[in-house]
Write a protein that binds this ligand. Structure first.
Ligand code: SAM
Length: 289
């Protein structure tokens, strides 16, 4: 996998490691299989950090896995509460990576779930999960989201996605990898394919986080954050421009996560540096027109 595609494997490893904590948030029974050797790699690295800083390994793990666990929980909850209200449920997960929702969620009958990601990521996942049967009608669409007018949109339509009924869109941990112009093109595309009543789940980082990520890149650090390009401090305004009405959440405020979120955000540890105003947001938006 190229380094951007490989971020999906790092995220899967974080989900797998979260489950070794005494009180994990969420369960993904397939994360360990998908994460492969990356689990041992991260644990060895974090043990060195724990030794250097005189902290427990569990404390170091928590700061690096909990945000991923919370956002997985947030988008799972969005799907399981929204889809039962739709008569023809259809979901598109853009930049799905090694997300295993198609195999582990209890989808309403007749749900169609479309996953879009780079071909290497989708091939890797389907090869490893081949013995499993998806719990929905599952469509894998290889495509480059940096080409918002690309063939993946044609393939989504050809596989049955209808713009005339509501769609639930999930963009989990993906917007930050795109240049700003592509983010706007992608939001235009998503909006054009969405009838009123469609729902969009999306997370992102602040502009301060992008400055911190650039700092990490200069230091040749941060296998995930070094690829980040897009940050936004006002997600509500961004989405309103495209006709979406949003509710913005902070990880520490999200239901089950309450009281289970470490004070310092995980990116603090990954990126280092003194950049203030780093942050993340999670949004649930509804298309109003
Ligand atoms: C950090 S991973 C997150 C994966 C998944 N959503 C999750 O949370 O587990 C980012 C994902 O975005 C995908 N991605 C980044 N840029 C992309 C692009 N231009 N086209 C398609 N996928 C892209 C990567 O391949 C990777 O799977």
């Amino acid at each position: 996998m190229d380094p951007i595609a490989y971020t999906a494997q790092i995220v899967a490893a974080k989900r797998a490691i979260e489950q070794t904590l005494p009180q994990p948030l969420g369960q993904d029974p397939y994360a360990l299989t998908l994460a492969g050797h990356e689990v041992d790699h991260l644990l060895a690295k974090w043990q060195r950090v724990a030794d250097q800083q005189g902290r427990s390994l569990q404390d170091v793990i928590l700061k690096r896995t909990r945000y991923i666990a919370i956002r997985t929980y947030f988008f799972d909850h969005l799907l399981t509460t929204t889809l039962p209200r739709l008569s023809n449920p259809q979901v598109v997960i853009l930049g799905s990576g090694l997300d295993t929702r198609a195999y582990r969620l209890a989808w309403p009958p007749s749900t169609h779930c479309y996953e879009v990601d780079l071909p290497t990521v989708l091939d890797y996942k389907t090869n490893l999960l081949q013995p499993l049967t998806p719990t929905c009608y599952h469509h894998l669409i290889a495509g480059d989201l940096d080409q918002p007018q690309g063939g993946w949109i044609r393939r989504l339509r050809a596989d049955g996605l209808s713009p005339h009924i509501p769609t639930v869109w999930i963009l989990e941990g993906v917007l930050m990898y795109l240049p700003e112009a592509s983010v706007h093109s992608l939001l235009r595309t998503v909006t054009a394919l969405s009838s009123p009543g469609s729902v969009l789940g999306i997370d992102g980082v602040s502009q301060g986080s992008i400055l911190a990520a650039q700092h990490a890149q200069k230091l040749d650090r941060g296998r995930v954050v070094r690829h980040w390009q897009f940050g936004c401090n006002q997600p509500q305004e961004l989405l309103a421009r495209y006709g979406w009405s949003s509710e913005v959440n902070q990880p520490q405020d999200i239901g089950k996560a309450h009281g289970k979120y470490p004070e310092a955000l995980p990116i603090t540890a990954e990126v280092g540096g003194d950049q203030p105003n780093r942050g993340v947001w999670l949004v649930k938006a509804r298309k109003t027109r």
